[in-house]
Design a protein around this ligand. Sequence first.
Ligand code: SF4
Length: 85
Amino acid sequence: MAEQITNPVKAIRAFCMECSCGQTSEVKSCPVYKCPLYPFRFGKNPYRQRREMTEEEKQVLADRLKEARKNIGISEEKSEVDDGK
Ligand code: SF4
């Protein structure tokens, strides 16, 4: 069974890899500029801008995430594993 892809941009990447017979160099040098998937063929969204946040904003979001995880029953220990800690 194929790996389940849950990110739409990663799914586009997988589609481009199939379209190019599994050759990354073919995806890179794809000549079909008019293909709607062309900007996303590397598995990244080039239109998405990186969000700059202050330490205070980061802390507010971290607290909000912690509260949301608590509400759906994800333990603190599991969430630290998910965060890569
Ligand atoms: S951008 Fe379009 S044509 Fe090019 S590899 Fe991806 S799917 Fe194929």
